[in-house]
Design a protein around this ligand. Sequence first.
Ligand SMILES: C[S@@+](CC[C@H](N)C(=O)[O-])C[C@H]1O[C@@H](n2cnc3c(N)ncnc32)[C@H](O)[C@@H]1O
Length: 255
Amino acid sequence: MNFKEIKKYWDDRASTDSTAQSTTQDVYLREIECNVLSERINKYKPRSVADMGCGDGRTTIKLSQKYLSSLFSGYDYSSHMISNANDLISTMSIHNLKFEQQDVCEKLTQYFDLIYTTRCLINLPSWDLQRDAIKNIHKALNKNGLYLMIENFIDGHENFNQVRKDFGLPEIGMRDHNNFFNRKELLDFISGYFSVVEEVNISSTYYLVSRVIYSKICSEKNLNIDYFNDHHRYAAGLPFSGEFGPVRLICLKKL
Ligand SMILES: C[S@@+](CC[C@H](N)C(=O)[O-])C[C@H]1O[C@@H](n2cnc3c(N)ncnc32)[C@H](O)[C@@H]1O
């Protein structure tokens, strides 16, 4: 899919689904991401935080409610996502959060202590656009600012598919609107802009339980995958270990 088609995909999803699953079916994966971000926000205490590609803002809302002394901005290029996010906060009294329409490939007009993305840049159809977005994020950070990049990587994706194969399960392919990162290519590129503070695969144990063990049980018992199943719920609480899932956190400090 090209850039326009992907944007339409997200607009359509937002206008037809305003539930917790409008940006991902896998709500427990988003819970893991939110916890990972929360620990870092608690540690670094940024005054200003931007969520690029915030979708309907569920993660942004949770974090802004927890860290009242930080100012949060949620950005998404989909006007429908932003409208759903604004609907969600319309009945809450939150004073440290705003949502605005913004394309991560276009220059940001504000500066932040911390910027994060959760599975946003994987929706950019080329490495050129992904690099533009990372350069924009770098420019929009204050001195010593942090970029918490939570995105999908081919490396971990291939690893868990190998385990699925060993269990007699079919490969899970990359969705048409996704373009996963190559870790080495990314690290080579960002070394001119950021230093790596921390790197952890946050989806490995979760994927082994949800995409291998639970999938195998479903396949043997002829059951449909249910993303709210207890395997997902409990797996989300396991410690991080291994390289068997696509989603990793790379915590980057602006050079
Ligand atoms: C997989 S969803 C994740 C949403 C949210 N981060 C979450 O964790 O629930 C990807 C989001 O990125 C947004 N997105 C994709 N490309 C973007 C771009 N170029 N600029 C801003 N937002 C973008 C989509 O509209 C969508 O809401």
